[in-house]
Write a protein of this length. Structure first.
Length: 132
């Protein structure tokens, strides 16, 4: 996870996520989840997109509450790429919570962030309507 090579960091995250999912013991997996979260935090904000993606998906595997925490970190960044990635995590949050958290980004200073927010809101609204 600390390697200089982004490909190695990304592969390490994917491996940890797979190991976490394969653990059948809930108590053991909860302990591992806590340790993973401490290590994933900085990787959600990594300079390399493939590492951010791996860390984001691993965070999702740990549950939507954790995803919301890291998404909020990413969306507070000055970097528009991190904000866009954070929006993808917010979109994974069930119910209307994710939708409500994405709406403010329709007014983001970056056009690509605004576009991603609009696209995600449209997709999420269609999914909600399909299940209603």
């Amino acid at each position: 996870l600390d390697d200089q090579d982004g490909k190695v960091r990304s592969a390490a995250v994917w491996s940890l996520q797979t190991a976490y999912r394969l653990l059948g013991d809930e108590e053991l997996s909860d302990k591992l989840a806590d340790k993973l979260l401490k290590r994933l935090g900085p990787l959600v904000l990594d300079a390399e997109q493939n590492v951010r993606a791996a860390a984001s998906f691993a965070t999702l595997a740990l549950g939507s509450d954790h995803a919301q925490h890291f998404a909020e970190l990413a969306t507070q960044s000055d970097n528009p790429e991190l904000r866009k990635d954070g929006l993808l995590l917010l979109a994974s949050i069930p119910d209307d919570r994710g939708l409500d958290l994405i709406k403010p980004f329709l007014n983001d200073e970056d056009e690509d962030v605004r576009t991603r927010a609009a696209d995600l809101i449209e997709e999420m609204t269609q999914e909600i309507e399909a299940f209603s």
